[in-house]
Design a protein around this ligand. Structure first.
Ligand SMILES: Nc1ncnc2c1ncn2[C@@H]1O[C@H](COP(=O)(O)OP(=O)(O)O)[C@@H](O)[C@H]1O
Ligand SMILES: [Mg+2]
Length: 257
């Protein structure tokens, strides 16, 4: 696929053009435009993530956060009509969702999608049916001892927090290069949120690159290195997480916090 940008440059052979001039960002999306049918939702989104960084993707309800994650994961809906997505030198914008997953895009959707009728362990094993495989089940259990305790229990009978851990563990069971977390704290008690935060911090310490969408913006900002704020399908801020924490006007305007 060849994409022509507004300056009439053909960029299909240019690797990873960064949003802010970073020539070779580990992950970069540039000028993404995506639609649900006729509905134009993702309206020219560009940002980058350096290797090993956690970036928080924030914005009000309906701002287009989930749609942006789905676009990056190359799901059929919304449909990407223009723009480029590069991950570790790979042209994700030219891929179908299964190819993006194989290339290392690991999406943990908001509804977690734990497979009914399968135990915790079977959910993890199923994730490893196809190459490339990531962490071993043993290693996953070391990092998620609660899942080890519940390995024989049906996944959908776990608590909300444990299901979230299982969803993250299942992503790590694949060879993931970019972890996409959509509202991992949704519906969880504060004490469980802290537990999930610790897991994300552990994952960061291991060098995994993460994009986290969260309504609980303060929690996400404490975890993240940088933040990108979306409003009506467009990026309105791209900068340090601390800058957002320090800027009450910005938070009030776009995050209502
Ligand atoms: N499947 C869909 N079909 C049509 N419009 C959708 C669909 N999913 C989301 N939208 C619309 O896209 C916009 C952005 O939604 P979404 O990406 O879910 O926002 P966020 O995750 O930031 O809350 C909203 O106006 C929403 O109504
Ligand atoms: Mg959403």
């Amino acid at each position: 696929m060849t994409v022509t940008d507004t300056k009439n440059q053909t960029r299909s052979e240019t690797p990873a053009p960064g949003a802010a001039g970073e020539a070779q960002a580990y992950f970069a999306c540039t000028d993404l435009h995506a639609y649900y049918g006729e509905s134009y939702i993702v309206q020219g989104v560009s940002f980058h993530i350096n290797k090993g960084e956690i970036v928080a993707l924030l914005g009000r309800n309906g701002a287009g956060k989930t749609s942006t994650l789905r676009t990056i994961a190359r799901t059929d809906d919304p449909q990407l009509k223009r723009g480029q997505i590069w991950l570790d030198g790979q042209a994700v914008h030219e891929m179908a969702s299964f190819q993006a997953a194989r290339a290392g895009v690991g999406m943990v959707p908001e509804d977690r999608r734990i497979i009914p009728g399968l135990t915790v362990e079977e959910n993890l094993q199923l994730a490893q049916i196809a190459e490339p495989v990531g962490w071993s089940i043993e290693r996953l259990y070391e990092h998620f001892p609660r899942l080890a305790e519940r390995r024989k229990q049906e996944g959908v009978t776990l608590s909300g927090g444990e299901q979230q851990m299982l969803a993250v563990a299942r992503a790590l069971a694949r060879d993931v290069k970019l972890l996409l977390l959509d509202e991992p704290y949704e519906g969880l008690a504060p004490v469980i949120v802290q537990e999930i935060e610790r897991i994300v911090e552990q994952i960061k310490a291991l060098g995994l690159t993460t994009l986290i969408v969260e309504q609980n913006a303060i929690a996400a900002l404490h975890l993240a290195d940088r933040a990108v704020i979306l409003d009506m399908g467009q990026i309105v801020f791209d900068g340090g997480a601390q800058e957002v924490l320090d800027n009450a006007d910005l938070r009030q305007e776009y995050l209502a916090i």
